[in-house]
Ligand binder design. Structure first.
Ligand SMILES: NC(=O)C1=CN([C@@H]2O[C@H](COP(=O)(O)OP(=O)(O)OC[C@H]3O[C@@H](n4cnc5c(N)ncnc54)[C@H](O)[C@@H]3O)[C@@H](O)[C@H]2O)C=CC1
Ligand SMILES: O=C(O)CCC(=O)C(=O)O
Length: 509
């Protein structure tokens, strides 16, 4: 890792060429300083009132909006994502901050439970027990390459950690340093305006992996939020587990998001489904972890109509600029490997790209028996490639679903007459997936209270939680019980006079 100040630059995603300005590469001492400052800010930040913390989250949203089109233009240049998509992503980012502000104000996150003392209980009296959730401490957040706003510097991990009362140190993704620097500036400005303690937010950036490793190793860091590759997530998990004090890593990694097409739905609208599927597959050049990378259906006329429409729609798909030349290379290699596998047939290719920064979408098909013989066909290819698995019977379909690794999503396309068959799959899918959806497409995650953007490994490193939606706050909190502690020493929310939502003897009050 650099000992002295060095510089690095972003790239124009459409050409792969470097673009200014220079950004300083964070050094080992920058990591130490940011983490130390976060640790020093922790006591004051966790003690902020719900109202002050909520106002801080809202101010971050306002400052991001105040960056105007310049932010979107820089993000578009660095990622190749169109302005319309980035405008939507900015809205999602700002609304996410506002939603967490509401959560903070509601005080439900404090999770107060009170079991009053029972001094006369026999054979033993019960002590007075009071529980509340407290923040873990400084959180390291790794920005994602594919969502430069909603999963990056002020994205879901940052919003949920700040909402929980944890200072945040972000390691920006090296693919969009200009975007990250602007958003980091917005957060720091909001922190100042709102009188938040210095060190509540820190921003590090630079190429290479050592910076992120040093951040996770830093003893002041109490938890990690990550979105990216399985290799990256696992490397950080290993570092976190090998520390003298191991810490949790909430890594969202890889998923092929099976789409299951049932017979009645295929018979009624096979062609329309084929066309809509290609829309979801090619959205954002397929660079979504929710991308529909696997389609399962019984062989027959309905599937044939779906395939025909999908093949036609693929021909219209322009090659899209990918996030980085590295991600393009990985995609080109991944679809090459998939296409070379035994029994895999290439059905369609989108328009051919420049072979450097853009790449064509690709659709493959394979008999289910081949998938059952070679589980590597179920691995994620990050980009607009998908595999249609033609099943000869329902048992084969079930066998594949049972063989699948953990997934962020599973999608069911069904009509009324398919419900019984779909119902039989639900117990299998519940074991593997974080979100099961009907008659829609998995790309585009709603940010809300009931959302789960998670799932068993390798979808994430911890399937008990979510990285999108308000439940994400729980990742950065832990429970503390106060037993027979005198009232004047209790935290305010645990006192009799407190007006926060609570459970008394297990019942909501
Ligand atoms: N499933 C998903 O949601 C996503 C998957 N990917 C996959 O990841 C590939 C590379 O894309 P990236 O976005 O750059 O993901 P990445 O996992 O390589 O990098 C993400 C962040 O983690 C850091 N990092 C990665 N490996 C590390 C290590 N061993 N030690 C310390 N820090 C490490 C990187 O510096 C970066 O800041 C893609 O080609 C794709 O296959 C990428 C984005 C999202
Ligand atoms: O589909 C979405 O909106 C979110 C996708 C996502 O989390 C990702 O690609 O990393």
């Amino acid at each position: 890792m650099q000992a002295n100040s060095e510089a690095f630059r972003g790239h124009d995603a459409s050409t792969g060429e470097e673009i200014g300005p220079d950004f300083p590469v964070s050094t080992a001492s920058d990591v130490d300083e940011a983490c130390k400052a976060a640790a020093q800010a922790f006591a004051a930040y966790r003690a902020t009132s719900s109202e002050d913390r909520a106002a801080f989250l809202e101010a971050i949203g306002d400052e991001i909006m105040a960056l105007g089109d310049e932010l979107l233009e820089r993000a578009s240049k660095e990622t190749g994502l169109p302005l319309a998509r980035l405008t939507g992503e900015r809205g999602r980012t700002v609304n996410q901050l506002r939603l967490f502000a509401q959560v903070v104000r509601s005080d439900r996150w404090r999770g107060v439970r009170i079991d009053p003392a029972m001094p006369d209980r026999t054979p033993l009296p019960r002590p007075d027990l009071r529980l509340r959730m407290v923040p873990l401490g400084p959180v390291a957040v790794f920005g994602a390459s594919n969502f430069p706003l909603a999963f990056s510097t002020a994205g879901g991990d940052t919003a949920s950690a700040l909402a929980a009362g944890c200072p945040v140190v972000v390691k920006g993704h090296p693919a969009h340093p200009g975007t990250d620097s602007m958003v980091a500036g917005a957060i720091l400005k909001a922190a100042k305006t709102c009188g938040m303690p210095e060190g509540v937010f820190g921003h590090l950036q630079g190429p290479g992996n050592e910076l992120g490793s040093a951040l996770v190793r830093n003893p002041h860091i109490a938890a990690v939020g990550f979105t990216g590759s399985r290799g990256g997530g696992l490397a950080l998990l290993e570092i976190a587990q090998q520390r003298p004090v191991p810490i949790p890593v909430f890594a969202e990694m890889s998923s092929v998001n099976p789409v299951i097409l049932f017979e009645q739905a295929l018979a009624a609208r096979g062609s329309a489904l084929g066309e809509a599927f290609v829309g979801s597959l090619t959205m954002g050049a397929g660079q979504f972890c929710t991308n529909p990378g696997l389609v399962l259906a019984l062989e027959g006329e309905g599937l044939a109509a779906f395939e025909k429409a999908a093949i036609a729609a693929m021909g219209d798909q322009p090659a899209q600029t990918m996030l980085t030349t590295g991600i393009r290379d990985a995609y080109a290699q991944g679809k090459g490997v998939l296409g070379s596998k035994d029994k895999v047939e290439k059905l369609a290719t989108g328009q051919v790209g420049n072979g450097k920064t853009c790449e064509a979408a690709e659709l493959f098909a394979v008999p289910a028996s081949a998938v059952l013989a070679d589980a590597s066909l179920l691995e994620e290819v990050f980009g607009a490639a998908s595999l249609i698995v033609r099943c000869s019977g329902r048992d084969e379909m079930k066998a594949i679903l049972k063989a699948m690794e953990g997934q962020l999503t599973a999608t069911l396309h069904m009509d009324e007459g398919d419900r019984e068959a779909a119902g039989e799959l639900l117990p299998i899918l519940e074991q593997t997936c974080g979100r099961i959806l009907a008659n829609g497409w998995p790309t585009g995650v709603e940010v809300s209270h009931a959302m789960v953007h998670g799932g068993p490994y390798p979808a994430t490193s911890d399937g008990r939680t979510t990285s999108v939606g308000t439940m994400a706050i729980e990742r950065f909190l832990r429970p503390v019980c106060y037993q027979d502690i005198p009232a004047e020493l209790l935290p305010p929310e645990l006192r009799e006079s407190a007006k926060v939502p609570n459970l008394v003897d297990g019942e909501p009050k």
